[in-house]
Design a protein around this ligand. Sequence first.
Ligand code: IMP
Length: 432
Amino acid sequence: MPFKAVVGAQWGDEGKGKIIDYLAAQAALVIRYQGGANAGHTVVNEFGEFKLHLVPSGICFPGVDCLIGPGVVVEPGALLEEVAALEQAGIRTDRLWLAERAHLVMPWHVLLDRLEEEARGGRRIGTTGRGIGPAYAAKAARRGLQVADLADRDWLARRVADALAEVNPVLRGAYGHPGLDAADVVEQYWGFGRALGDRVIDSLPLVRRALTRDLPALLEGQLGVLRDLDWGTYPFVTSSSPLAGGAAAGAGVPPWAIQTVVGVCKAYTTAVGEGPFPTEDTGPLADELRRRGREFGATTGRPRRCGWFDGVAARYAVEVGGVTRLALTKLDVLDEFPVVKVCTGYRIGGQTVGTVPPLRLLQGAEPVFEELPGWQVPTTGARRWEDLPSRAQALVRRIAALAGAPVSLVSVGAERSATFSLPPAGQGRRPG
Ligand code: IMP
């Protein structure tokens, strides 16, 4: 079964949108399987430049079904705005579907996200403020609302009243907020339900059709392995699972159907939000990477933290994320550096380790760097492996070896044509 998962192999913002947009030319179905409007997948193609937050990155291909899967948490107002912007740019959205089992981000989730962050003070996580954590918390606590609840006004009113009976006392008692009015919320969300109309579907037949007809399908993750709820730099993580394992549950696809897992990583490292980031630079190197890579959050506009490529985090992401091949993005950002570094280990408590430990140890990790000579010629025009200078090829090979997976795609620019595939020979160990 040709299901391919595309997962972030770092801390998010690796360029998954661009890679999905590239791969979607051969796909019949693209499913977003987790996260919410905290995503900021940037896609640049013949229609222009788009920041997709909820809509799967295959949307620019008219023949592709795009499903927002059951594992996603959906802010319906944000989704409708995104759809309107796409339509305005001439992109058809009549094959955009929303799984009825997906959970809704409610106004109190957004409110709680911000109030909880404020209350954390110095211990804040640096969330996107889109209500993601509280929406998943409500889902796990079994008081969430599903997209299906929008279909019947009385039912919706009961679900909202039940939720607010628990939430309003918290808003009032813990945060001095007056609380939310159930009637207002019902009015607003009933309107959203009407506007979403028959995009809301049972997602199983779509997946079943792809499986039985052997149609190529992509599973689109949000964020990266290092922000996974179980395997990320907890508690500085998101509240869902960006792993390929999370793709099976979040998209409603049997695990055996996922045969390829493309791990997307940049030729350096970035992160938005708080938490450990062993190769982070806070001096001129970070400024340079941020400037050349235009490293500002697509959802929040926050400047991204930047540093050299982290081979330890990448190998860990390959292992737990189930990555079978890598897509290496933004290689061109390193074009002018006389020397390029990669992290090959962490020094923790006097020892060198090659894995990502839990927070208590990771927070003191010092990166061990290896230096490679820079190539100092532009690569933005490269369209084949042979077009890359040999020193850039050497970095790609070193990254593959450190991460333990072959690099099968490289991108050297934002537009679709700046991504190309690599010959399979000898860049790294292919797991399994
Ligand atoms: P949340 O997903 O908004 O709860 O944020 C949890 C963590 O994930 C924070 O460190 C955020 O900065 C980070 N995060 C969430 N979404 C993105 C994204 O699309 N790119 C990069 N970081 C993100």
